[in-house]
Design a protein around this ligand. Structure first.
Ligand code: NAD
Length: 487
């Protein structure tokens, strides 16, 4: 079996314990992963802290940091096919998706490479004649980055890129489910020439996560995962008072009006819920469709769901691969069964196929007469679309916003004025109009409510890893006057 290693303080290590990673297409173990102990986490954070203060990193100019990031971007691009194959093997995500996504991950590192020497301070027009006052933007310190199993290279790039651009150092905890691509990525960090300790990558479960998030030397916790884990993390941050940024789940509305281009909407809806086998935080898992076009749209979706090529994730022809874990598949099957029990009508799918692997078919549930069906409120993180019918724009908005989540949303209409009204009315961090599931390093990404807080992507993400130092410099040569009066 292939064996992966941790990357701590510039060295590759086996770790005292190891666990097997399962191939989701077969359910069989295929590689051994190191399990980080509390001591491993401590060594990684201490190494990151030393590196943060050390001359090899802190002494670099911002442009030099940018050049290192650029080298990393080139290495990711060059190794994209190998990394994609690993991610597909370990997560079960189809090779078409991982190949495209990892090639694009290089663009995130490139974007933050360019941004490193554009993080500027400011000079203040201070209200005292004998003072110069300016603001320095300084890195916050050690960043703990924790990611879930889906898209680990992508979800870590949106943390590592801006954190390094800002001058921070990082300890990344890969998910214990499918950590192979991130552990392999550590080789590229090493090859790019980052000083030892600047980036550390390890894996392990909640114990390693707790050790990392409570560590006194951690200044910022950047987390992507579920809301329940996020609550643990916020509580853990009481130990170090670290700043947190949280990218959590969603129950995103995908709204189709009767004037929409239905072929385009159907394709976008497929991209929004069946691509990546629905394992996407921005999955458009609630279809809100205007009554007049419901049957026409459902017919298109049903045909596409049935025609989707389910198969081995490593085959280029496959469109829907397995879910990452058996736990995930069983949970989805249970919620679908409960929803049918609650009155939802199964339009297609809903049966766990026989045979090996963690497969679940594209599934559509019409919940128009089952407003309490659990699939309407539970984030499933799988290929399950819940459909609701509406008549008016106001109703659509009410249903769309009737969730504690607020990550993404989609609106399909030909009416410019209606599109603008919906953009204003929807409470979500992202609104896609006549498109869905588009991302870019240039565009901020994130949500509110149960979907978390903070933004990844764009300049704001890099600034989030900085703190402001206010500098006061007195320009007068006269002695300081009355020391008992505040100046
Ligand atoms: P999860 O919350 O179970 O795990 C995420 C990470 O947290 C893993 O690395 C896990 O080991 C770690 N962890 C678990 N317990 C911990 C603890 N007590 N302290 C510290 N770390 C701990 O999430 P998951 O099931 O792996 O992933 C699915 C979730 O991630 C979904 O809710 C999905 O929506 C969300 N997600 C969000 C985004 C986004 O950008 N908004 C992107 C992808 C996934």
């Amino acid at each position: 079996m292939q064996r992966f290693q941790h990357y701590i303080d510039g060295r590759f290590e086996d770790g005292d314990e190891a666990f097997a990673s399962l191939d989701p297409a077969t359910g069989r173990p295929w590689a051994l992963m190191p399990a980080a102990s509390v001591a491993d986490v401590d060594r990684a954070v201490c190494a990151a802290h030393r590196a943060f203060l050390g001359r090899d990193w802190a002494g670099l100019t911002a442009s030099a940091r940018g050049r290192l990031l650029l080298r990393l971007a080139d290495l990711v691009q060059a190794q994209a096919p190998q990394l994609a194959a690993l991610e597909t093997r370990d997560t079960g995500k189809i090779i078409r998706e991982t190949s495209a996504q990892i090639a694009y991950v290089a663009e995130y590192y490139r974007y933050y490479a360019g941004l490193a020497d554009k993080i500027e301070g400011a000079h203040l027009p201070i209200d005292k004649p004998d003072m110069e006052v300016w603001l320095r933007r300084e890195p916050v310190g050690v960043v703990a980055a924790i990611v879930p199993w889906n898209s680990q290279l992508f979800l870590s790039a949106v943390k590592i890129g801006p954190a390094l651009a800002a001058g921070c150092t990082v300890v990344v905890k890969a998910s214990e489910d499918a950590p192979a691509p991130l552990l392999a990525f550590a080789r590229l960090v090493h090859e790019a020439g980052f000083p030892a300790g600047v980036v550390n990558i390890l894996t392990g479960g909640p114990d390693a996560g707790r050790a990392l998030t409570t560590h006194r030397r951690v200044a910022h916790i950047a987390f992507t995962g579920g809301p329940e884990t996020a609550r643990h993390i916020v509580r853990a941050s009481a130990e170090n008072l670290a700043k947190t940024s949280l990218e959590l789940g969603g129950k995103s509305p995908f709204i189709v009006f009767d004037d929409a281009d239905l072929d385009s909407a159907a394709n976008a809806q497929v991209a929004g819920i069946f691509a990546a086998t629905g394992q996407s935080c921005v999955a458009g898992s609630r279809l809100l469709v205007q009554r007049g076009v419901k049957e026409a749209l459902l017919a298109r979706l049903q045909a596409k769901a049935r025609a989707a090529a389910i198969g081995p994730p490593g085959a280029m022809a496959t469109e829907v691969g397995p879910l990452c874990t058996a736990r995930q598949r069983d949970r989805i099957a249970a919620v679908v069964a409960d929803s049918v029990q609650a009155g939802a009508r199964l339009v297609t799918g809903g049966q766990v196929p026989a045979g090996e692997g963690f497969y679940y078919p594209p599934t559509i549930l019409d919940c128009s007469d089952a407003p309490d069906a659990p699939c309407l409120t539970t984030e499933l993180f799988g290929p399950v679309l819940s459909v609701v019918t509406f008549d008016t724009e106001e109703q659509a908005l009410q249903i769309a916003n009737g969730t504690e989540y607020g990550l993404a949303s989609g609106v399909f209409t030909q009416s410019l004025t209606r599109a603008h009204r919906m953009i204003r009315g929807i409470r979500a961090g992202i609104v896609w109009v006549n498109t869905y599931r588009a991302v870019s390093p240039i565009a901020p990404f994130g949500g509110h409510g149960l979907s978390g807080h903070g933004r990844e992507g764009g300049m704001a993400a890099a600034l989030d890893y900085t703190t402001v130092k206010t500098v006061w410099l007195r320009t007068s040569d006269d002695p300081i006057p009355d020391p008992f009066v505040m100046r």
